[in-house]
Design a protein around this ligand. Sequence first.
Ligand code: NAP
Ligand code: SF4
Length: 675
Amino acid sequence: MPFPHMLEELDLGFTKLNNRVVMGSMHTGLEEVKNGFDRMATYYRDRARGGVGLIITGGFAPNFEGRVSPFASQLSFRWQIKNHKKITKAVHEEGGKIALQILHAGRYAYHPFNVAPSAIKAPIGLFKPRALSEKGIERTINDFVQCAVLAKEAGYDGVEVMGSEGYLINEFIAKRTNKRKDQWGGSYENRIRLPLEILKRMRERVGEDFIIIYRLSILDLVEDGSHWDEIKELAKKVESHGATIINSGIGWHESRVPTIATRVPRAAFAECSKEIKSVVSIPVIAVNRINTPAKAEEVLQNGFSDLVSLARPLLADSEFVNKASEQRENEINVCIACNQACLDHTFKGKVSSCLVNPMACHETFYEEKKVEKVKQIAVVGAGPAGLAFSFAAARRGHKVTLYESEKNIGGQFNMAKKIPGKEEFEETLRYYGEMMKKWGVQLKLGTRVETNDLLLGEYDEVILATGVNPRVPKIKGIGHPKVLLYTDVLKKGVEVGKKVAVIGAGGIGFDVSEFLLQDPAKVSAGLDKKEYFKKWGVDTTQARPGGLLEKIEEEEPFRTIYLCQRKTSKLGAGLGKTTGWAHRLALKKDGVHMLAGVEYKEISDQGLLIVHNGKEKTLEVDHVIICSGQTPKRNLFPELEEAGVNVHLVGGANEAKELDAKGAIKEATLLALKI
Ligand code: NAP
Ligand code: SF4
C-alpha cells in the first residue's frame, strides 16, 4: 500500500476514521453568504468524496460575543440545526466524517461587543474587549456545551474546541492576556480552568460516542505565552477531561512569525507535536505546511503525530487522499501556501477560493460539462493562464495545441519559483505538466508562432495567453548600462552588483529584493528549518515562555538595497493581507532602505539621482533594477481579429494592471468552461 502510515485506519473505539488525514478548520466565508449551507454541503461533499478521513468545518461561534465579526457564523439555537444537516448528510453520504469547530474569537472579534479574560486590546484588534465577569464565564462555558449538543443533533461526528491561535480560550491560558485575580486567573491551574471546565461539561452532555477534538496551542510565538511544562500539563488534563483527539495550534494571530506562508519550510512545526504525543495516550494531530502525501507520510512515520491536518491543500485539491491511495500523487494540485485566494479573501470579507483551483468554494457556480462539439483550439503562451486554459479545455474534450516560445512551460512562474520562499511555485508547474500529458494537450515548446501560422484555418478558436512585457519608465538615463529589468535578473541571471536601487515596490520589487538578499553560495536545495527558525527568532525548546528567542542574531546583509516608489504610502501596501507584513518584515530584517515618495531624476555613472523628503540625493549604486509594472504583450491580436479569427485574450495579455496569477488562472479557467 502506498503511504501506509497516512492511509492507515484509526480506531477511536466508538468510531473509525478511514485514514490519518484531517481537513483542518478553515473559514471560507460560505458560512455567512446566501445559500452558504448548500454551497458548503457541496464543498465538503467533494472533500469527503476525495477520501479525507475527517473534516473539521470553519469556526462557528458559541454565542454572539464570540463571533469573529458582527455577521459571522454562530451555532446556538435549535432552529439553526436544519441548515447544518445539509452538510452532515452530504458528507455522510460519501462515507466521510465531519466535526464542527467551535470558535470563540475573544479579543480578536471585529466588533465592539468582544470579550476577553482582561480588558486588553489585541495589537491586531480594532476594539478593546470587555473583561468577562465570573457569571459571564459560566454562561460562556454553557454556550460552548450547548453548541456541541446542537452539533451532535445536527449529525456532526464531533466538535473541535478551538483553544489556540490567541482566541478566547488561549487568552485565558496565557499570562500575556489574563490578568485576572479570581479563580480564572493568576496561577496556571486557574488559567486553564476554562478549557477544562468546557471539556468536562461538554463530555457529560454529549456522551461517550462523540469526537471532541481540543486544539491546543503548543507554540504561542508571542511574549508571555506558555512553555512546554505547562503545555504538557494541559495536554494531560485535556485528555483526562474528555477529549478524544488533541490538535496542535502554532502561533497566535498577533505573532510576528510567519507560520503558514510559502516561506515556512514544509512541516516545520510537526516535530513539536511529538512533545504532546509523548505525554498523552489519545491521538495527536500535527499541523502547518504539510502539503504533499510524502510529507504527511514522513511526519507520521517519524512518530511526530498520529494524524496530520491539511486545510489549504484540500482546498487546492479535493482528491488529495484518493490520488495518493491510487498512486496518482503526481496528479495532486499542490497548495503553494500563497494565501492569495484563501486567507487573503477571508480577511477581506470575501468568499475563499484557491489560486491554483479557482473552482474551490464555487463548486455550485462553475459546472464542468463535457463538450458536445469538439473544437480545435490553439493556445499561445504556456504561462499560468495558457496552462490553466489548456488543461480545463482539454479536460472538457477539446483538442488543444499549446505553443510556447521558451523551452519550458511556466512563463512568469519560472521567475517566481526562484524567489526565496516561493519554491513551491514549481509544484504548480509540475502539476500542469502532468495535466498536459494526461489530457492530451499537444505541447509545442520552443515554437514561436506568428500571425500567419494561425490564419491557416486549422483552429476554431485561438487563445492568446502571451503574457506581459516589463514596463520601462521614462527616466533620464534609462538606457545607462547600470539599468537592468527584473527579467534580466530573474530570468537571464545577469550578475548584479552589491549596491542596488530597485524602482517600483509592488510584488515584483519586493520579490527581486528578496532574491538579491540571498547569498547564492548559501542557497540550499530547499528551505532550511533551522535557518528559518533562526531568522524569525523561534525557539522550539521554549526556553522562554511563548517560544521566542530573546534576541535575533543579526547578519550582515548580502547587498545594500534601496527599494523605491513614487507613492507616499507604506511600501508593500498592496501586497497580500496575510503575507504582506512578513514580506515587509523580512526586508527590514535585512536592512533594506524603504523609500516612499521618491521622484526619479536621472540614472548616471554615479547612480540614481532622486528627490526624497524634499532633498536631492544620489543613491550610489552599481545597478538600478526596474520593477515598475507591466504592459500586455498582445501583438498578434489585431491582425487575427481583423482576419475574423475567433481570438481571445487571457491573463496578462488581456489586462496587465494589477493582474496576478490568481486572476490569470481564474479568467482562463472560466473561459475554458464556456468555450
Ligand atoms: P505592481 O504591483 O503594479 O507594482 C508596480 C510598481 O511600480 C509600483 O510600486 C509603482 O509604484 C511603480 N511604478 C508604476 N509605474 C511606474 C513608472 N512609470 N515609473 C516608476 N515607477 C512606476 O506590479 P508588479 O510588482 O510588477 O507586480 C505585478 C503583479 O503581480 C501585481 O498584481 C502583483 O500584486 C503581483 N505579484 C504579487 C506578489 C506578491 O504578492 N508577493 C509578488 C509578485 C507579483 P509608484 O507608482 O508609487 O512608483
Ligand atoms: Fe494554497 Fe494559495 Fe490555494 Fe490558499 S490560495 S489554498 S494558499 S494555493
